[in-house]
Design a protein around this ligand. Sequence first.
Ligand code: TRP
Length: 325
Amino acid sequence: MKDIILSGLRPTGRLHIGNYLGSLKNFLKLQDQYECYFFIADLHSLNEPFDPKTKYSQIMDLAADYIALGIDPKKCVIFAQSHVHEHSEFAVILSNIIPVPYLFRMTQYKDKSEDKTRESVNAGLLYYPVLMASDILMYKSTLVPVGQDQTQHVELARDVALMFNKNFGETFPLPKSLYTESSKIMSLLLPDKKMSKSLGDAHCIYIDDDPKDIEKKLARAVTDTGSGKSSGAKNLLDLVKIFGKPDVYNTFLSDKSLGIVKYSEVKKVLSRDIAEYFADFRKKKKKLMENPKHLEDILERGAKIARLIAQNTMEEVKKKVGLTR
Ligand code: TRP
C-alpha cells in the first residue's frame, strides 16, 4: 500500500526558522515522493485568543508561505480546513467514539489549560485532537509529519481509527507520525528555551524577515565570552551548520577559532547567509501577497480536490455507522 501524507499548520502569525526547519522543509521533500495533503488548520486556530480582523490575513499569509517556499499545488493538495466542511462533520461523528478521559490526558491540553481559569478553557481546546483525528483519517493518511509536541495527538488518531474499525468494520489504515531529525532551534535571547513567537519578536528570526532585521536580531543574540559551551553559542553553531556556507562553518568549527573568531563576525556572515537562503522565498511571497485573488484560487482548487475525497469518506462513514444505507 502506498503511503498517504497529511499535515497542517495553524495560521497564527509569522513563521520563524524553527517552524520552517521543523515542518515545511520536510513537506518539500515529501511532496516529490508521496501523495500529500498540506492544509491550513484554520478551524484549529480558533481555540486560542485571536483577532477576527486579522484571522483571514493570517490564513492567506500561511498559504503564501507554503507556496513561496515551494510547496507546489501541482504536486500536492493545498487547502484550508474550513473550506472542506466534511472535516467538522466527521469530527462530530468521531467525538462519539473517543472516551472523554483520553482527551483530558493530552499533555498539550494540560499545558495550555494549566495557567487559565476553568471558565476560560474553551471546549475547542479539549476537542482539538478529535478534529485532528478527523483531518488525518479523512484522507486515509498513513504518515503524519509532525513535531514531538503533536505525536500524542497522532497516537490518539490511531486509537480512534482502531476503535472505528472495531465498531463499524475495517475502514481506516492506522496513521503513524513521521519524524524527521532536525535541530531544535532556540530563542536568540533565552537560548535555553525553544524559539517561539510567544516569547517576542526579538527572540525569533522570521522566514520573511528583512535582511536588516535578521542582522539586528542576530547581533543581539546571547552567546558567551568565547568558551563556546553555552547554549547560545551552540544555537549559533547549529544555525551556522544549517544555513552557513562551508567556509564559515569550517572556521567556526575548528578549535583554534574559539576566541579568535569573534561571535560578532560569525553573526554578521550568518545573517547574510540566512537572508540569502530565504531571498527567493521573500520575493515570491511578496508577489503572491500582491495578488490575493490568485492565492484564493489556488486554495479553492485544492479544496475542490480535497472535497471529492472527503465526500467519499463521509459517504462510507455514514453508511458504516448506519446514518444512510
Ligand atoms: N495540531 C497541529 C499543530 O498545532 C496542526 C494540525 C491540525 C495537524 N490537524 C492536523 C497536524 C493533522 C498534522 C495532522 O501544529
